[in-house]
Design a binder for this molecule. Structure first.
Ligand code: DGP
Length: 114
């Protein structure tokens, strides 16, 4: 997926402020942060939306949450708390069609989200 911006970040073709990476996932700071800490956790495998998760990809989703937990701890967010969100398709607010888990922290979160 040469045209996918998050594939290109994963491959290192486009710079990003990466905070974590392993064989399965990459985590980097969001370009347009909505909280003092706003990090995106993406799989290296191109998966367009949460609707496209198959049985194989369920393990990837698990790893994304595991990485989010590790990054949240490293960023000092674990005790106070943080939010993880994955938007799906237009009505869900998705704008980049390579799944990503938003990790937001450093301020009080509101509910319901807008
Ligand atoms: P969503 O609306 O859920 O699809 O979130 C997409 C997020 O991706 C949005 O918060 C901005 C961020 N983003 C888009 N392009 C780039 C980029 O090139 N670099 C980084 N670091 N973040 C990006």
């Amino acid at each position: 997926m040469d045209e996918c911006i998050f594939c290109r970040i994963s491959q290192g073709d486009i710079p990003a402020d990466k905070v974590f990476e392993d064989d399965t996932v990459v985590a980097f700071r969001d370009l347009n942060p909505q909280a003092p800490t706003h990090i995106l956790v993406i799989p290296r495998r191109h998966i367009a939306t949460l609707n496209d998760i198959d049985n194989d990809a369920e393990a990837i989703i698990g790893r994304m949450y595991g990485a989010a937990r590790e990054v949240a701890a490293a960023e000092g967010l674990a005790e106070a708390g943080f939010r993880t969100v994955m938007n799906c398709n237009e009505a869900g607010g998705q704008t980049v069609f390579h799944i990503h888990l938003h990790l937001l922290g450093g301020r009080m979160m509101h509910w319901p989200p807008g």
